[in-house]
Design a binder for this molecule. Sequence first.
Ligand code: SAH
Length: 496
Amino acid sequence: MKKNDEFEIDITDIGNEGEGIGKHEGMTLFVKGGLPGDRILAGATKLKKTYGYARLVKVLTPSPFRVTPLCPISEKCGGCQIQSLSYEKQLELKERKITENLIRIGGFSPEFVKEHMDPIVGMEIPFHYRNKAQYPIGTDKNGQPIAGFYAGRTHSIIPNTRCYLGAEENEEILNAVLSYMKENNIPAYDETTGKGLIRHVLIRKGFTTGELMVCLVINHKGYNVKSNTDVEIRKSKQKWLPDQKKLIEGLEKIGGMKSISVNINTENTNVILGKDTYTIWGEPAISDIIHVRDMQRDGYPFTGDALTFNISPLSFYQVNPLQTEKLYSLALEYAGLMGKESVWDLYCGIGTISLFMARKAKQVYGVEIVPQAIDDARENAKRNGITNAEFFVGKAEEVLPEFYEKTNSASDMLHPDVIVVDPPRKGCDEACLSTMLKMQPDRIVYVSCDSATLARDLKTLCEGGYQIKKIRGVDQFGHTVHVETVCLLSKLSVRL
Ligand code: SAH
């Protein structure tokens, strides 16, 4: 096979970016736009030794799993990757991805994985599930402001104010912002020149409370805080945007609006948010409620227990609140708490899992690298009347070993009953895993957003004397290739 050769190929899988995967003449080929079940005509574009890339020339026999996507631009937009694939098939592929990683990277046998894996928890309605959206603002050819999404891997904005994954209110909010910009000649930010004012619109919604937050990220040089008048200007919340009152008039009438703010970002960077946020109308934060669900019963009904969280523009909060309830409830079920246990929650963010656990345990310690998140965690504990959760700022791989070395042997927390980890995609650091093994908790609950690093870490934990009891996927991100996994491990009674 050489470049530009055309050949027929069956697409059997999807890759990490949602591209179709098939085999031809022993080579693995990645084809953007090909979906599992398709037979296509492909043209080789780039070939390596064992794998290569090809373009989709023509779909010869469409996959039986192809559906018409709700969103007319889903194939161009970088937000979703697999909306053209039926949701049932998406779930099947996600489960397969977890299984394959456990076998290939973790070294577990297919029979073992099958025996320990429960069916993936899907969404009832895989649309309008996201509680957070960040729309870039730009200018079209006619000089008019637009809001939309970046096309995959680029910074060109595809105008689109109706995203089928986001809250339905987003469209009305964006239209209000765009009207304000048009009517008052407010320029959008231009990445190439560094000029213009409005960069992004961040929207968050508390799905249970219905509360809405809008934060405009602006390229505003700020005020000189040394001068008293400028401090007064900041306090008066008046002067961040030209004709600010008009913007507020447009937004405040939208049902549920609770908080309008500006975030200052003057850097020439891809990072969306700057560090300073000022409320220009309403409250500085919105709130949301997460219910505990009974994962053993059909439809996962509420157990009656729930927690309230404060969400400010900058704080981390899971983006799919309904599935998050299922994910956390599963983690809680796996932890098997009866009220007397000591629990570590590593990579705890704003303490959501820690507080879920604290209700059912004697003592919980949370560890998180972002200081602001720990402030939120402490605040959230207070808000929910929880006094048995303590939080530490720092890297899990430093805080845990230090605690283990320096704390006197009488502490329950040295050999806790349960350790929960919920690391970012790169998984747990080795120093973190080895200290976990030294601490010898009865159970480890691993919540993962990347099943490849999960499989790697499970291998280490199993070699260190633990055994997998249960694994289950939870789909937090329908129409994208991402999937969450929860795994329960328990200590082998006889150490190897
Ligand atoms: N459990 C939380 C957060 C999960 S996201 C929730 O469900 O909301 C992973 C978290 O790990 C993030 O908050 C991130 O800031 C934090 N983090 C990343 N690297 C870390 C490290 N080395 N040590 C501790 N926390 C880390």
